[in-house]
Design a protein around this ligand. Sequence first.
Ligand code: SF4
Length: 83
Amino acid sequence: MDFSKPCRRCLLSEMDESSYKSVVEKGLSGLLPEDRAEEKLYKDRLQMCCSCDNLMSGTCLSCGCYVEIRAAINKGRCPEKKW
Ligand code: SF4
C-alpha cells in the first residue's frame, strides 16, 4: 500500500500501523474508562465514517479530527449528525 497518498474512506488503523499507534493509541490512552464508548457503539460509528465522503486518511474533513479518537468518546458526536 502506498502511504504517501491520501486515502479516502480509510481509517488510520487500515493505512499505517505506526501512525495508528502513535496518534490514535496515544489519544485513546488519555480517555478515562467512564468516558469511553462501548465497543459495539465504537465499531458502529467507525463503520459509518468508513462509508462517509468526509473521511480522508483517518481524518474527518468536516471537523479535522481523527475519527478513531472522536468515535471512542462516549459523548462524541459526528459534526454532520451521522452518529
Ligand atoms: S465524523 Fe461524521 S462527517 Fe466525519 S467522517 Fe465520520 S461520519 Fe463522516
